[in-house]
Design a protein around this ligand. Sequence first.
Ligand code: SIN
Length: 514
Amino acid sequence: MLHKVLKNYRLLGGSTKIMNIMYSGRNLCHLPLIKERAYIDGEWVCAADDKIFTVSNPANGEILAKVPDMEEKDVEVAIKAASLAFKEWRNTSAYERSNIMKKWYELMLKHEETIAQIITLESGKPFIESRAEVNYGNAYIEFYAEEARRINGEILQSTYPTKKYFVEKQPIGVVGLITAFNFPLAMITRKLSAALAAGCTCVVKPATDTPLTALAMAQLAHEAGIPKGVVNVVTSSHASNPPVVDFMCKSPDIRGISFTGSVQVGKIINEKCAPHIKRVGLELGGNAPFIVYNSADVDVAVKSALNSKFRNSGQTCIAPNRFLVQDGIYDCFVDNLLVEIRKLKMGDGSKGDVKIGPMINVAQLQKVSHLVDDAISKGANCLLGGKRALSVGDLFYEPTVLTDVRETMKLYMEEIFGPVVSIVRFRTEEESLFISNQPEVGLAGYIFSSDISQIFRVSKRLEVGMVGVNEGIISAAEVPFGGVKQSGIGREGGHNGIEDYIDYKYVCIGNLRF
Ligand code: SIN
């Protein structure tokens, strides 16, 4: 049956496109990993209707590739391929899965420069950040290749001498992995590596704006010998996304969905999966407070503010959304921050010294513009930026600093996802906690203080899933990434990240004779 459906596809194995790209004015690279087909059942395929959509560079609008615009019938083929592959993959030993993932990791290392270039091309991220993302994304593959061999069960103490209680961890089945544009590699490897280690097979749906990194990653998974059907990557346009995601959520053959994206879409996915009692992992938006107390080391706080706020031009779920700065340190922190932000160069991420790239698309640019305009119209004081950087390019927004931010302004409660520092002055620790915990979301929070008791008090009471103390960069393969309240369900990364992909099987052996 699967074979028949696949026959209707144009199978284009040799569709690799070689791109010559000028980096920093020099022709540094050929990018043999740019693929213009989706990856289903170990083959490079078009959409059944031959529809395509274009992927472009947000830094300059240049078209990079045309990839399949897939619909429900295409996704059905991918799900069937994954279901068939699951029958074999689930029976591989953890040792085999670990080894094959290690091979994949080695290939990812070998091609890290090329993958970083693809990330910069399609996301606009400064190249130095893309390199960091490749290290970070690859670390998940390495970590879960190791973790595969530690997915152990238990033998529990029994009340009865004649009974033995065993608990085994089994893969849940086929999983759908749906990711956002802002980390085109790491967001996928964080989910996919855990799923593969557990013995699940996968249908990956990368973000419409950034599918090329996912396809390059799939090519290397293929070369590493990951069997056909175990990893499938389907691509779809903004218009096709809702029906495709709907189909994935409702398919009885998909046992779990892991999604990273907005709270709004996360709620829809949760609702769609509920009638099917499907496993759901949600990593949604946040409104991270970045609290600078009077005792903070200002240099550390300013440096961390730059690192965490301007990472990917602010398009990061854990980016600080509101800077809460205590009275006694306020002027010094704001003055120093302004000096450092003025040094950040904006532009095409492939140029060496660029630190701030474009917004990913027009919708994101408009959202940021709207939030800033709203705040200014309601009395925020704009110390820097506050408008589009049209001289740099169509999708660029100036690094912006707003003070006197108040609750009536939309960006107080809404996730900005742009290069905008919004600052609120506070007096007491209690006040900082009240402001921090107001939103319905709680992903990350940051505390800058040299008072150890305050650090413990505040990190305990912050309603978030992750806390950075005197540190703005907190992500790592070894740790559980995720939020509380409406920021999501479950954790990704670390040994905890396996939980989304396993079922516990309890086996009771009775009537034993000793
Ligand atoms: C995200 O924006 O969701 C990912 C950030 C990270 O992994 O550090």
